[in-house]
Design a protein around this ligand. Structure first.
Ligand SMILES: [Zn+2]
Length: 480
């Protein structure tokens, strides 16, 4: 069976057929960096990380683009409260985003475009939409006219008239339709602003994702992902903008959306105040357990958060690790030892089942179930081995070594085992904070051009097995 994915647009599972052979282009809506991500924010990034890893496992070359909304009402408000620039706020929370996601083992996207670096592209797109009659200007604001786009509502399955009736009353009376949304916003006093044909202003939220995904992935790219709270209006609006701009050309082939994280069945959100930030949770639980918890439920289903479930995730992982620790201790034998051992057959079987589960719209819960069964089989063989004379059991050892390779390879498609041994207990939490402190101090020495002290910190950490890597997003560290 080949890969099938649930497409929000068609509301059914479809065979996954890519635009360009052997390649997958994907765009995931990123964060608005104005505070630390909470667990609900983090879910899509872990989900789409697994999607990408699985596609890579299948042999696709992926190109993953994810934006940062680095100018927005919330960032501006925060910058005014803290007496900083919007850029300073965005930069510091982008850094925090990377710290959190790196710890959760989320692979970095290939490219992270920022809105403020794409103002000309956005203006060009808005201008074209005005010229084509899909948008209109109102005293320095520009609105998209949803009535001009007959397919409006096709993603969310909503009917324009119903939506209109349900629209709130305190709408801007100047708009032609209460559902028309801003493509360009006139600048208010003290806000960051850019020159445009409609006067100084800044982009509305939705247009950035259309402009940047079309620029880097071109119309008809393969996967557009995000949380299901983005289906309406964000993604609905993205389709309206993009397909009107590209003369009806299909914008995206597959729309994938993950479910909410709930606490006591209520959606985890900043506005409800019932959220935990990723770092709060990582202060109490190891990152691999958090990641395991996030993928232990199918991505489209709601996921209810509780400390018990995190404890459960931790225990589940320990079962894997206990087996892996024992497998690590096995002596080396010839690669061919135990070719016809029944465990070798199990290796092939688990991989088939794993693929079958993942091919069914990335069913990670079922895939994990298969890995658990496989570990039981491994444990049985380890137990057998203990009761026998090791030297006479080359075949079992060879088969167990092959099983370890299979387990690690499949586990890493889900990104779980590579966090093993990386950060396992609270002691590590303190260590991580101390390393961060040293990185900050090194930054300060560098600013003062005290290169000798800065280098001493870097070299000293290196001797302890901690490697620092400088990048435009800041300095990150990893174990050697
Ligand atoms: Zn977006």
């Amino acid at each position: 069976m080949s890969l099938r994915v649930y497409n929000t647009l068609s509301k059914k599972k479809e065979e996954f057929v890519v635009r360009d052979e052997g390649k997958v282009s994907m765009y995931v809506c990123g964060v608005t960096p104005y505070n630390y991500p909470h667990l609900g924010n983090a879910r899509p990034f872990v989900v789409f990380d697994v999607v990408r890893r699985y596609l890579e496992y299948l042999g696709y070359e992926t190109y993953h683009v994810q934006n940062f909304t680095d100018v927005d009402d919330k960032i501006i408000k925060r910058s005014q409260e803290e007496g900083k620039t919007a850029k300073e706020i965005a930069d510091s929370y982008i850094k925090a985003y990377f710290e959190d996601m790196d710890r959760l083992g989320v692979k970095r996207a290939h490219f992270y475009p920022r809105v403020t670096d794409h103002i000309p592209e956005i203006i060009e797109m808005v201008k074209t939409l005005v010229e084509k009659g899909y948008a209109y200007e109102l005293e320095g604001d520009v609105y998209y006219s949803v009535g001009k786009f007959p397919d409006y509502g096709k993603l969310s399955g909503r009917d324009l008239d119903e939506l209109k009736a349900g629209a709130r009353v305190e709408v801007d009376v100047r708009k032609r339709n209460p559902l028309d949304f801003a493509l360009w916003k006139r600048a208010k006093e003290g806000e960051p602003a850019w020159d445009s044909p409609w006067g100084p202003g800044r982009p509305g939220w939705h247009i950035e994702c259309s402009a940047m995904s079309l620029k880097y992935l071109k119309p008809g790219f393969d996967i557009h992902g995000g949380g299901s709270d983005l289906i309406f209006p964000h993604h609905e609006n993205e389709i309206a903008q993009s397909e009107a701009y590209a003369d009806g050309k299909q914008f995206v082939r597959y729309w994938l959306h993950n479910g909410f994280i709930t606490i006591d069945q209520e959606k985890m959100s900043k506005s409800l105040g019932n959220f935990f930030t990723v770092r709060e949770i990582l202060a109490k639980y190891p990152p691999d357990a958090v990641r395991f918890f996030l993928i232990s439920t199918h991505y489209r289903s709601p996921l209810d958060f509780s400390e018990e479930r995190l404890e459960e995730a931790k225990r589940s992982l320990e079962r894997f690790y206990t087996a892996l620790d024992q497998l690590d201790k096995l002596p080396e034998v010839s690669d061919h030892a135990g070719q016809d051992h029944p465990l070798r057959l199990e290796c092939r079987r688990v991989e088939e089942r794993f693929k079958e589960a993942m091919n069914d719209d990335f069913n990670t819960a079922l895939a994990l179930g298969h890995l658990f069964e496989f570990v039981r089989e491994i444990n049985r063989n380890l137990q057998d081995l203990r009761q026998k004379n090791m030297e006479e059991e080359e075949g079992t050892i060879g088969a167990l070594r092959a099983a370890k390779e299979t387990l690690l390879r499949l586990g890493n498609v889900l990104g779980i085992f590579e966090l093993r041994n990386k950060e396992m207990n609270k002691g590590d939490e303190l260590e991580a904070k101390l390393i961060d402190l040293l990185i900050e101090l090194r930054q300060e020495f560098r600013k003062k051009k005290d290169w000798a002290t800065a280098d001493r910190i870097r070299d000293g950490l290196k001797e302890l097995g901690i490697v620092l890597e400088d990048s435009p997003e800041g300095t990150i560290w990893r174990r050697k």
